[in-house]
Design a protein around this ligand. Structure first.
Ligand code: V47
Length: 364
């Protein structure tokens, strides 16, 4: 076994990982291009074990998508609609109140994201946040991607900082990682030319971190990006994290092609999914958590990913629209017990967390 491992062409990278040394761009590209999945997984699992031990986190949460109307039509998105298109919707504050009322009492997080609809004012969002806080004072509100925040700032002729301060004052607790896609200008020009640049996404996050608002980070992979572009994306996140420490977790998002303008691209394979998760764990040495979003990966692969650097499975979710619009075959939600079973059957310790990783219940 040791001999087999020593045959790996990744031996120099293995030595660096075991010595706790930071990996370079070239290391990252070699890992992304390598087919030695088990060595990559072994190394990622080693780092995960050192950082998080045997704990695997999950959250009792509910996703709400308040609108699918979106000015920015990205080629990879099957969720966004034009205002007059069939199926377009925007939830009124009353409908939001109902959705919150209908949410199980035990959820600790509301995850609220939607399209960039220029009919929605900053006041709508402030009212939405105040409403959620009035109804569920104990519930953490993670909402609005960096893209929505930049859009809202622009529409209201406010700075990003001022917009964030108003949202924070109304009850916004943290920001999810969506909208990052792949930072490469080449990729963005091709798949989402009207979206904010990668630099802008990073600068919104930096502003949030400086205001004490913690955020997540994502990367949408499996479309037209190269291995080097994936690595550059991860290194830009690592660089910002070095400066602010404001990111909580990184979530690679597997592209789902159905009903999108990129429908001819094949869905990601399990092999690639595990590799991206594991390489992310290895390159993002300053991120505490790597999350497998089971909705996008399927529960079985998400469970296996616990041996490939992952320490978080996200949540109960309840209702998910973005990936399901693009053909996801997974369920809309899982029960807490189902997530616990997935974790326990992998020989690990389930920990129910809140959004900022306080332990709510450890089930050893
Ligand atoms: O921003 C859009 C991506 C994101 C597709 O922060 C697609 O904890 C796959 O960001 N196939 C929204 N992905 C989801 C998201 C997220 C999910 C779970 C947890 C967290 C977190 C964040 O989904 C979008 C976009 O990058 N997306 N279309 C698609 N066809």
């Amino acid at each position: 076994m040791e001999e087999l491992f020593n045959d790996s062409q990744l031996n120099d990278i293995k030595d660096k990982v075991l010595a706790g040394e930071r990996l370079t761009r070239e290391d990252g590209i070699r890992l992304m291009k390598s087919n030695d999945l088990l060595t990559i997984g072994y190394l990622a699992d080693y780092v995960r074990q050192k950082k998080c031990g045997d704990k695997v986190y999950f959250i009792n949460n509910r996703h709400i998508n308040h609108t699918n109307i979106c000015e920015i039509q990205c080629k990879f998105c099957a969720f966004g609609k034009e205002e007059d298109e069939e199926g377009a919707y925007t939830m009124s504050l009353e409908q939001l109140a109902e959705a919150i009322d209908d949410s199980p009492p035990e959820i600790s997080e509301l995850h609220i994201v939607g399209g960039c609809d220029n009919n929605l004012t900053l006041e709508y969002f402030e009212e939405m946040l105040r409403l959620a806080k009035r109804k569920r004072p104990e519930t953490h509100i993670q909402g609005l991607t960096a893209v929505e925040i930049a859009f809202l700032a622009e529409e209201n002729s406010l700075s990003v900082k001022e917009t964030l301060k108003r949202l924070q004052a109304a009850g916004l607790d943290s920001i999810p990682g969506g909208g990052a896609e792949v930072f490469s200008p080449r990729v963005r020009e091709e798949v989402c030319p009207d979206k904010i640049s990668g630099e802008k996404w990073l600068s919104v996050m930096e502003t949030a971190h400086n205001l004490g608002i913690r955020t997540n980070a994502t990367m949408l992979y499996g479309h037209i990006e190269t291995e080097a572009e994936r690595v550059d994306h991860l290194l830009q996140l690592r660089e910002l994290q070095d400066r602010t420490g404001g990111f909580m977790t990184f979530i690679p998002l597997a592209f789902h092609p159905e009903n999108t303008e990129l429908e001819e691209i094949s869905p990601t394979t399990g092999y690639d999914d595990l590799k991206v998760l594991a390489v992310s764990r290895l390159l993002l040495d300053n991120f505490e958590h790597i999350k497998a979003f089971w909705i996008m990966l399927g529960t079985k692969l998400a469970q296996v990913s616990l041996n490939f650097g992952v320490d978080d499975l996200d949540g109960t979710v309840i209702e998910e629209k973005i990936t399901h619009a693009a053909g996801a075959q997974t369920r809309q939600g899982l029960t807490k017990q189902e997530i616990i079973t997935m974790i326990e059957k992998a020989g690990r310790i389930p920990v129910e967390r809140d959004t900022v990783y306080n332990h709510l219940e450890e089930l050893s």
